[in-house]
Design a protein around this ligand. Structure first.
Ligand code: NAD
Length: 478
């Protein structure tokens, strides 16, 4: 998407419109509103890489939206749609997202205008290393100043190349690994980062369904069990969200929309099988003849309980918003609903769980990874066995009681085993993520329910985030 949908503002303008809508309800000191809204800087780099006997020129971006906290944080996207407007919009969302989930970062984002499917692994490594070199030499990759992460079209592999490139350029920097997050665990990463954004979407929905009033506001009832869900984009975020919601919460994935069409089945699709099919065939076509819909985007308008756009921005816009039937939309992608569509949906009573909250699982676990890299020790390493031995004291006492009381009392099932086991890194990461998603939802929800002038979660999210950024600027004396 080039950021311009007919008759609609660009992605960046759309984010600014949503910001303006929230800020109009706030009382910020004169001038601060503008300072928070504007993007501090965008670096554009064009570089050549010799491939297949000739020089190929690539265009890349790294945008820094706000440095009220450093380092600034935000993913690097590989897509042909990357442009300055898009990168600046995504960087702004990062500022608000980090504030909302209380990760101590400013907002940034990067992108390379490339279709990664057109290059083999060796070529992608050379291109990525060269891009990383261009950014690192200008401190746009740096553990203390700017820490990228994966986004659309990139993953663990690219992050490992970036980390290695930075380390080669900064041989005495003991914190070099913290220059980028989303690395594979064997290269300084953390357990649970790959699944983190999708896991966060699951935790966000679980928290939403804990509040009966909110569920009612979306014209729904009950729990996630049996809810019909349509997902757009079965990539990193969409796949993990769909997998966890169907395997662990009893939800039914009735629709999967991909680049080449969609699959729709009221009885529910097998997410893992569709994922395997896409990996082998590059798309959903051919998976099952009956449920295939060639015009994939039309499935966004199908009947369902929850719609999860998890592909790219601008997919719900002025041209289709009034036909979207889902009463609840959770924005796993960044900016999937344009400002114009947001107005239409809000008036229709659709509840939207906004992107800056819904997909914050990625940056939250990236924060844990960055802290792990700076502390040079795995979470849980010091205390796990100590916790186990303290728990053992209680178990010993309970066992004594067990013997003493005979048939009158005994420990249930596998209580001993479960109680004794200290948490490993993955459990700690998931617990920290769950806690973060619950706390951020409650902060948003509080504004939504206590202010008469706030009728939606997005405006509430912006208000919470902007208040925190403003407080940080004020504390600095700006
Ligand atoms: P990805 O590249 O892993 O997956 C994107 C998926 O969307 C792919 O399966 C692709 O085929 C599909 N897709 C692309 N264009 C499409 C179209 N027009 N219609 C239908 N499907 C289409 O990317 P990702 O990392 O999962 O990111 C998806 C979204 O989530 C982006 O908006 C990204 O900014 C956001 N996000 C990602 C992370 C993360 O940790 N990866 C974190 C926060 C937000």
């Amino acid at each position: 998407m080039d950021g311009s949908i007919a008759n609609e503002p660009s992605f960046r303008e759309s984010v600014d419109l949503m910001f303006n809508h929230a800020v109009a309800l706030m009382d910020l000191p004169p001038g601060l509103e503008d300072k928070i809204r504007v993007c501090n800087s965008t670096y554009v780099v064009r570089f050549g890489v010799k491939l297949r006997g000739s020089i190929h020129t690539f265009t890349g971006y790294r945008s820094v939206h706000s440095e009220h906290m450093e380092p600034v944080k935000g993913g690097i996207r590989y897509s042909m749609g990357v442009n300055q407007d898009e990168v600046e919009a995504l960087a702004a969302l990062m500022t608000y997202k980090c504030a909302l989930v209380e990760t101590p970062f400013g907002g940034s984002k990067g992108g390379l205008c490339i279709d990664p499917r057109e290059y083999d692994e060796d070529e992608l490594e050379r291109i990525t290393r060269r891009f990383a070199y261009e950014l690192a030499k200008r401190d746009l990759i740096d553990p203390a100043q700017n820490v990228p992460a994966p986004d659309m079209g990139t993953g663990e592999r690219e992050m490992a190349w970036i980390a290695d490139q930075y380390a080669r350029m900064n041989t005495t920097d003991i914190n070099a690994k913290a220059c980028v997050t989303g690395k594979p665990p064997h290269a300084g990463g953390i357990q649970g980062r790959v699944e983190a954004t999708g896991r966060g979407v699951q935790y966000a929905l679980q928290e939403f369904f804990r509040h009966a009033d909110d569920v009612k506001a979306a014209n729904l009832s009950g729990t996630l069990d049996g809810k019909r869900i349509i997902v757009q984009g079965l990539g990193n975020v969409g796949y993990h969200a769909a997998k966890f919601l169907s395997e662990e919460d009893g939800a039914k994935i009735t629709g999967i929309i991909e680049r080449d069409g969609a699959l729709f089945d009221e009885d529910g699709l097998d997410v893992a099988a569709v994922h395997d099919w896409i990996a082998k065939h590059g798309g959903v076509k051919g998976f099952s003849a009956s449920g295939y819909v060639e015009n994939g985007a039309s499935v966004l308008e199908n009947d369902c309980d929850i719609l999860i756009p998890a592909a790219l921005e601008g997919v719900i816009n002025l041209s289709n918003a009034d036909r979207v039937k889902a009463p609840l939309i959770i924005e796993a992608a960044n900016g999937p609903v344009t400002a114009g569509a947001d107005d239409i949906l809000r008036k229709k009573g659709t509840v939207i769980i906004p992107d800056m909250y819904a997909n914050a699982g990625g940056v939250t676990v990236s924060y844990f990874e960055w802290v792990k890299n700076l502390s040079h020790i795995r979470f849980g390493r010091m205390q796990r066995r100590q916790e186990e031995s303290r728990h053992m004291l209680i178990i010993n006492e309970l066992e004594r009681l067990d013997e003493h009381l005979g048939d009158a009392w005994s420990m249930t099932g596998n209580f001993k085993e479960k109680y004794l086991r200290g948490a490993d890194e993955l459990e700690l990461v998931r617990s920290g993520l769950d806690d973060t998603m619950r706390a951020a939802y409650q902060a948003m929800r509080h504004v939504w329910h206590t202010r008469d002038d706030v009728s939606d979660l997005r405006t509430a999210a912006y208000i919470v985030a902007i208040e925190r950024v403003a407080a940080s600027y004020k504390a600095k004396g700006l």
